[in-house]
Design a protein around this ligand. Structure first.
Ligand code: A2P
Length: 289
């Protein structure tokens, strides 16, 4: 019995999600869970939350030029004292930049703000400017992505990809560029699991990163998720984030509170097949959040 307990404990420690990775199409390892920083204001809030995430074992930080917090994120990474190569860092090209030169400039600006000499993942933030969602920017996306290919080939970035791209927009990149995007970061959560994009990406070895895995907190009030959390003796947030892991995606939860930062990475349980099917069937209209 004592032996049994020891073995169980070792397995539990080894399973810890913070120590697990996926492998991207080019062989680069990416931690299975990332720390999101969308809507986390530059300055002390971003600095402290990233420091707390790193202190509590996160090794994957996701930011963007558009979040306007790259400077604080970069400073927190530097001040953490953790060797650079142990942290996976992503930033994103602003969505309105759709030229080759503009994208190269955007990249240099981000590198300067972050204070880094290489990046782990650089992605186009959206296929259209946020101010003109849905606009056809096919040509501009190809030009911007070619700039990402250049910084990748120059060894400044370990991996490249896109965010918020539909299958049609991915087709455009794949048909006109050399390197298939290695990730597509999309809004992904229970009730909004983007099946068509997910299937398309899986078939082409494009890893899905799931932003807003809690639907910005909306899902925590969902009764079905609350009931399932009780069943597994975890919290609703843990059910939502574990769901993304079970689907083979990289959840990017974010919080400015240490207790939640820790909670969101304690995912050492498995949601069984029947419960996953039930979560898949939840059709909570995403527009309501
Ligand atoms: P806070 O920063 O005050 O903790 P998403 O990742 O889907 O965008 O959700 C982020 C929102 O959810 C933030 O408002 C965050 O607030 C809140 N949040 C993050 N983790 C938890 C948690 N474990 N429990 C409750 N709320 C959480």
């Amino acid at each position: 019995m004592i032996d049994g307990k020891i073995i169980k404990k070792e397995v539990f420690v080894n399973m810890k999600i913070l120590n697990q990775h996926y492998t991207l199409a080019n062989g680069v390892k990416i931690p299975k869970i990332g720390f999101g920083t969308w809507q986390v204001p530059n300055g002390d809030v971003a600095y402290q939350s990233v420091k707390l995430a790193l202190k509590n074992g996160y090794r994957h930080i996701d930011t963007a030029a558009a979040y306007r917090n790259e400077e604080s994120v970069g400073r927190a990474i530097k001040d953490s004292g953790i060797p650079r190569e142990e942290i996976f860092i992503t930033t994103k090209l602003e969505s309105h930049i759709k030229t080759y030169e503009g994208a190269l400039e955007g990249f240099e600006k981000s590198m300067k703000a972050l204070g880094l000499d290489y990046l782990d993942l650089y992605i186009i933030h959206a296929p259209w400017p946020w101010s003109d969602m849905g606009k056809d920017c096919s040509e501009g996306n190809v030009l911007a992505y070619k700039a990402l290919e250049k910084v990748y080939k120059d060894g400044r970035v370990k991996a490249i990809g896109v965010s918020n791209f539909s299958t049609k927009e991915l087709d455009n990149i794949i048909n006109h560029c050399e390197i298939v995007p290695m990730v597509n970061q999309i809004g992904y959560f229970v009730g909004h699991n983007e099946k068509e994009t997910d299937d398309y990406c899986k078939a082409r070895n494009i890893l899905i990163e799931a932003y807003s895995p809690l639907a910005i907190g909306y899902l925590l009030k969902n009764k079905d998720i609350q009931d399932m959390a009780k069943k597994y003796d975890v919290t609703p947030a843990q059910v939502c984030i574990r769901y993304c892991i079970e689907k083979g995606t990289v959840p990017l939860p974010k919080s400015t509170h240490e207790s939640r930062i820790i909670e969101n990475s304690n995912l050492d349980f498995e949601i069984d097949e029947a419960d996953m099917a039930y979560l898949d069937s939840i059709n909570d209209d995403p527009r309501r959040w």
